[in-house]
Design a binder for this molecule. Sequence first.
Ligand code: THU
Length: 125
Amino acid sequence: MMQRLLKEARGALRVAVAPYSGFRVGAAIITKRGRVYRGCNLENPSLMLSMCAEKVAISKALSEGERSFNAIAIVSDKGHLCYPCGSCRQLLWEFAGDIDVLLEGDGGIKRYRLSELMPYPFKKD
Ligand code: THU
């Protein structure tokens, strides 16, 4: 599952739109039923309108009615690991909960639980 999801994230990376930062990101989130949704970063000249790859991936899944997730994989076109930004951690926590987060860089693969990356989350309860 881990390799499959990372491969999907690398596929998403190929269509990233990142002319301003030059930093291309791909993500793939897998549901508990095994369906995969991909996302890439989409930048806009009005920079605040840019979207992260993780946000695109989970938004695609949510808008298809998906509500339960197992893991997300995130890769960039640079050699180092691409940790999700703070707002994506919050978004993932709200809609996916404590899923696995897989990151791949030149040094290999790192696997976290989202709760490790997002301790003491702000949540509805
Ligand atoms: N980016 C992501 O897509 N995901 C992250 O977790 C971190 C940052 C994107 C946003 C922007 O297009 C570029 O990377 C540089 O910040």
